[in-house]
Design a protein around this ligand. Structure first.
Ligand code: BGC
Length: 519
């Protein structure tokens, strides 16, 4: 880290899925006042910034990613005064606030969409969305929606509108200048209230290719994956998107020291890096570690590619193991004791890297995904896939704070919006704070060292040769991080041990599924 680096360059940021973090009014749903009451915990954890998922007016068809008014707070989450109080208190604790914006689509309850439905084909109201004529009962093209089913819905006069996500999330027409003017207004609205940055939802969406070409029929099968766009997916990453990011950047730059961070599910490293050019986004979520299986070679490759992409355009990397859209890493890595041990190791790998780290709420507690019964599932994917895809609810179960039974201090309501498993009594914040061997204690120690120890400097990593299934890298400041994903203990690189994700073997060897920091 140099004194010229912006605040986000190497920050540890914490994603608050507001609905699941803390409920202040007993309706079983997390809210802004609940978050405010728990800021002390986040300060203790040592994070420098919070990313808040959407809390704007919304009918909640996609839990807030369907926005009916982007410049107001939904009553479920509080009001503008509650938001102002969160930001004031967070700043007092030295934490920055990043808020989500959702420019690819609006809610179908947005006044613009309601006006579009009431208006004629070809009207200025319809021109704010992507309306098109189909061929009889066939939609304008064969695009599937990310949540399953077709990406088009027909309205009574026969036209169709595009929704890359749920039908309640009509895509906005970014060829219409009114759309960018409105986003600029939204950005300034929140910047004037003091936010420190934006996480831009589906930042590889928005622009649509000319003529809206169909996907070749023989390729359609691979397009059903949630979010991750396969190569040449005409629905995402159209060249026109970069002008939109230049516009966003110019507005954000009207205010000093503010961050534009994009959610970019683009796997091609060169195309990903294009979003990070000096006049576009400052940073983008890189999902290499989210997608890598637990294998040293694959993880190393993901790290190298994430570093190179950012470096090639003079930007700073970001790392993330999970978020509210993916299976939690404890479960991905094998669940139970094994998954937890591996998740501990990966926490040290991630927190050793140069760049920003985004932690998803509950990750620091080692929460696994929850197998929820059919009748409580709420993610639109469940219905849209004809009950074949369970969707993302399993990673969104509320955070357990204290006590011995659900709702574990998350709420005073017995019925939380998703049920909390009784076994989580062992994972509550209160219990883990007292236990030096807990996941939470590991995160606290690791974040503290990362912040204070001069070994964590420099933007590059140098790889050591090591046994198969293992890796070690060194940062210019002197930090060495070693990971063992092989089946047997291996010797540690030389250096003084700073922290290990689990006990070392008798002779000081690094056991399987363990990571260590040395300097
Ligand atoms: C968000 C999802 C959301 C989708 C549509 C995403 O990438 O992270 O939770 O469903 O955008 O807005």
């Amino acid at each position: 880290m140099t004194s010229r680096d912006p605040w986000w360059a190497n920050a540890v940021c914490y994603q608050v899925y507001v609905r699941s973090f803390a409920d202040s009014n007993g309706d079983g749903i997390g809210d802004l006042e609940g978050l405010r009451s728990r800021l002390g915990y986040l300060e203790l954890l040592g994070v420098q910034a919070l990313w808040l998922t959407p809390f704007y007016r919304s009918p909640m068809a996609d839990h807030g990613y369907d926005v009916a008014d982007p410049r107001d707070v939904d009553p479920v989450f509080g009001d503008l005064a509650a938001f102002d109080a969160v930001i004031a208190d967070a700043h007092e604790c030295g934490m920055k606030i990043i808020v989500d914006v959702v420019p690819n689509h609006s809610s179908d309850q947005h006044e613009w969409f309601q006006a579009a439905l009431a208006a004629e084909p070809g009207s200025p109201e319809r021109a704010r969305y992507v309306f098109a004529d189909g061929e009889g009962d066939e939609p304008p093209n064969n695009w599937p929606s990310i949540f399953g089913g077709p990406a088009w819905t027909q309205v009574p006069d026969g036209q169709w509108y595009l929704h890359l996500f749920a039908p309640e999330q009509p895509d906005l027409n970014w060829a219409n200048p009114e759309i960018s003017e409105d986003l600029a207004k939204t950005l300034r609205f929140w910047l004037d209230r003091g936010v420190d940055g934006f996480r831009i939802d589906v930042a590889h969406g928005m622009a649509k290719p000319d003529g809206l070409p169909s996907i070749p029929a023989d390729e359609l099968k691979q397009f059903s994956e949630l979010l991750a766009a396969p190569e040449h997916d005409p629905r995402f990453d159209a060249d026109g998107v970069h002008d939109i990011h230049r516009m966003i950047r110019s507005v954000v730059d009207e205010y000093p020291d503010k961050l534009a961070l994009g959610e970019i599910w683009v796997r091609d490293a060169d195309r990903f890096a294009m979003y990070l050019r000096p006049d576009e986004l400052h940073q983008a979520f890189y999902f290499g570690l989210t997608e890598a299986v637990y294998d040293a070679d694959e993880i190393r490759e993901a790290i190298t590619s994430g570093l190179q992409a950012a470096e090639s355009v003079g930007s700073h990397s970001t790392w993330t193991l999970s978020n509210h859209d993916v299976v939690r890493e404890v479960t991905r890595y094998g669940d139970g004791e094994l998954g937890t041990r591996r998740a501990r190791a990966m926490a040290l790998v991630e927190l050793a890297l140069p760049g920003a780290v985004y932690i998803y709420n509950g990750e620091e507690l080692g929460l696994p995904n929850v197998d929820l019964p059919d009748e409580v599932l709420q993610d639109p994917t469940w219905e849209r896939s004809g009950h074949t895809e369970r969707g993302r609810d399993g990673c969104r179960v509320p955070v357990p704070w204290e006590g011995n039974e659900p709702p574990f201090g998350f709420s005073t309501a017995e019925d939380t919006w998703l049920p909390m498993p009784p076994e989580w009594r062992e994972l509550c914040v209160e219990k883990q704070l007292e236990d030096p061997g807990s996941m939470l204690s590991l995160y606290r120690s690791a974040i503290d060292l990362r912040q204070k120890n001069p070994a964590f400097t420099g933007n590059t990593v140098e790889w050591f040769a090591g046994p198969a299934g293992c890796f070690a890298f060194r940062r210019p400041g002197g930090l060495i991080c070693a990971l063992n994903t092989s089946g047997a203990p291996v010797p540690l690189p030389p250096g003084d041990l700073l922290l290990a994700s689990g006990p070392l073997a008798e002779d000081g060897y690094l056991p399987t599924d363990t990571a260590a920091w040395l300097a």
